[in-house]
Ligand binder design. Sequence first.
Ligand code: HSE
Length: 428
Amino acid sequence: MTIPLRLGLAGLGTVGIGVVKIVQAHAELIARRAGRPVEIVAVSASSRKKNRSADISAYAWEDDPVALARRGDVDVLVELIGGENGPAKALVETALANGKDVVTANKAMLARHGQTLAEAAEAAGRALRFEAAVAGGIPVIKALAEGLAGNAIRRVMGVMNGTCNYILTRMESTGLPYETVFEEARQLGYLEADPSLDVDGIDAGHKLSLLAAIAFGCQVDFDAVHLEGIGAVSIDDIRLARDMGYAIKLLGVAQMTGRGLEQRMTPCLVPEAHPLAQLQGGTNMVVIEGDAVGQIVLRGAGAGEGPTASAVMGDVIDIARGLRLPVFGQPAAGLVAAPPAAVSAAAPWYLRMTLIDKPGALARIATALGDSGISIDRMRQYGHEGAHAPVLIVTHKASSDDIRHALERFEDTGVLVGAPVALRIEDV
Ligand code: HSE
């Protein structure tokens, strides 16, 4: 008789209930694949009485989730409470201290405390797995840490917040402004309780910092992620970028450069022929570039009951199989802090501005660009009536410092109406 792997499940929200459903629906299939049964023995959530779409009556109940981590009949603690600190962190620390393996979907906690928790797990000889923390149902941690382990990773990119992708693609398809689509997303229940986690790029930045640690063998450094949200992306820019052959995405990029580790989560233009540009709605996409494999594109649901529970169960089944891997793909004690790159790699830029329509206006802008060392690739002035001319410029490669310098020079030209928009064009 094989010994079952016994789970303590903390958190019975969307993902927790998804895990219950998979364990119940696929008991036999999981036992065959894992080589032993996987059972839930105890659960904890904020309310016992809440109506749930799965039957949890067979499981022991703990009011205090930390009690799950101390139970003698729990082998693996599944943490699905969320939050950077508070009960989730206490729970994970207690579980590791009590000899339990841990599976979590908590990106915020790992982005902040991943190094300490990984060291604690590895010192205790326990697993700490987090596939569900990044890009929901896409097995991207497994791809990076296992399937691509023979590659030097050049770059990791991705659209890793489905809500932002929903908002941007919905703005484009309806022509509605950001504020209206944001409200629509709120009513559909897409936004986190604190929407700034989504729209300011924080949630996606957490995910990027975890992927960067695995890809480049360094300590997680969320504070070094350059974050810009989507709140300033206008329907005009979405339309004009498309007119120039690009889509605007909240794109995460991590790459190791000669100047250090570059991590940014910002609205970027991507060429419309690339799969990233074609990503619609709440879907996620992660693009990984390795020296041997080339470019890999992974696409799938980044959130939701089934997809995120699927990722949790992949980790649980690996633990049941006895698979042990370092938390970030190599022993945590040996991970070093990578110096953050102060300046991002040069790229072409999209510049949109409105000029006073008078002789020499465009020449002044071209001079300001030239004086900043920036060369123009393409330029378009749109038909207009009245005294103001909308102008779009796509530059050749320029550093963000050069662009900043040019924008400062624009202010001195006396021909600008309002603030110009500058968005990076990612070379994908
Ligand atoms: N709020 C996230 C998203 C899902 O919209 O993708 C959880 O990380």
